[in-house]
Structures are given as structure tokens and as C-alpha cells.
Design a protein around this ligand. Structure first.
Ligand code: ZN
Ligand code: ZN
Length: 199
């Protein structure tokens, strides 16, 4: 079944139209097919034009709004948003670490006797390490570090178990320094790639 886009006039399958979200009654009465009158491409185009048109205005508005409400916004960020984000990040981190630990307790594989490394409640001291290096390149493939990596691990547990190990931040820095893996700005990628892959 094809539907005509009311903007570009093209006939396209329903999958080329964004689904409408709203009360059932409204959808049933007004749009039997439950999709918009404009095709996906046109919707994106519209949104892009809209953003362009109001870009300057938006920027100015946000800047002024921030200047006026600086304290309120900062308070909100530090007292409400940041802690909430951390809880959410930690939850994902824990799940990812559980994948890597593979049933064993979550702790640093290098300094098992250090208290900071074995406290499972405090994962702030722990980090992921690419067993065979190549982390920068791998992170680039995934599209960033941090939460993205944790999500990648949860999605690809079998591969991840072979690539990653858990070490504490101390061990992380020692290893980076020894292998010259530390970054100065963004200039180390070449050296990491030269050192070999992560698998
Ligand atoms: Zn269209
Ligand atoms: Zn350690």
C-alpha cells in the first residue's frame, strides 16, 4: 500500500512515513493509517529548515535565559541532574562490568590485595582496559568512550569478554605510561594504531 506525500507529492510505502503518536481516538478518526501526511524525508527537511530559520534566535534566547537564570540552572545541574545522571551511568557501568567479570566479583585483575580495587560498591576506582591495546581506535569505531562502551559491551558480551579486562585507575595509568598510550591532546591515535589491534 502506498500513500501520497502531501508535500513532495511522491507515492511511498507507509514505512516511509513517521508514525503518529497520540490518543487512539484521534488516530482512528483523523488518520486511519496512523502516519503523518508528509513523508519521512519531507519531515526531516522541514525540521532542518525550521532549525536553520530559528538558529540565531534560539542561540540568543538561550544565552539570555542562561545569563538571567545562571544560579538556578547551576544549582539544578549540580544538585539534581548530575547526581541522577551518575546513578544512571553507574547502573549501566555495573551491568557492563558484570559482563566482563563473567560471574566473578568485580575487581581489579592486577592488584587483588588493594582495598580500593576490590570494593565492589565503589566502581569509581575501576576502569576498563583493552587487554591488547588499540583502545583509541576501538572507541572511535564504537563512536566514543564512557557509556557508549558500556552499552556496546552489554550488546556484544562474547566479544567484549575477550577484549576487555577490569583494572583500577592506578593500574590504568601505570599501563598507559609504560606503553606510551596516554593522550596529549588528540595526537596519540597514530601510535596506538601502530601498536596493534584490540583483538
Ligand atoms: Zn514527501
Ligand atoms: Zn588495581
Amino acid at each position: 500500500m502506498k500513500k501520497k506525500c502531501k508535500r513532495c507529492g511522491g507515492y511511498k510505502p507507509l514505512s516511509e512515513f513517521y508514525k503518529m503518536k497520540g490518543p487512539k481516538l484521534y488516530l482512528n478518526v483523523v488518520r486511519k493509517d496512523g502516519v503523518y501526511h508528509h513523508c519521512r524525508e519531507c519531515c526531516r527537511e522541514k525540521a532542518r529548515k525550521y532549525r536553520e530559520k530559528f538558529r540565531e534566535h534560539d542561540r540568543k534566547y538561550h544565552r539570555e535565559y542562561y545569563a538571567k537564570n545562571r544560579e538556578k540552572i547551576n544549582d539544578y545541574y549540580h544538585e539534581i541532574k548530575a547526581p541522577k545522571d551518575k546513578v544512571r551511568r553507574d547502573r549501566v557501568k555495573k551491568t557492563a562490568f558484570e559482563v566482563i567479570a563473567d560471574g566473578k566479583p568485580i575487581k581489579c585483575v592486577q592488584h587483588k590485595e588493594w582495598k580500593c580495587c576490590v570494593d565492589p560498591m565503589n566502581m569509581d576506582y575501576l576502569s576498563l582496559d583493552h587487554i591488547n591495546g588499540g583502545g583509541v581506535r576501538h572507541y572511535k569505531e564504537i563512536g566514543g568512550g564512557g557509556s557508549r562502551v558500556y552499552k556496546w559491551i552489554i550488546k556484544n558480551p562474547e566479544t567484549a569478554k575477550k577484549i576487555f579486562q577490569i583494572i583500577c585507575m592506578n593500574a590504568q595509568w601505570i599501563k598507559r605510561k609504560k606503553n606510551k598510550e596516554y593522550t596529549i591532546g588528540r595526537k596519540t591515535e597514530a601510535s596506538v594504531v601502530r601498536r596493534g589491534g584490540y583483538i
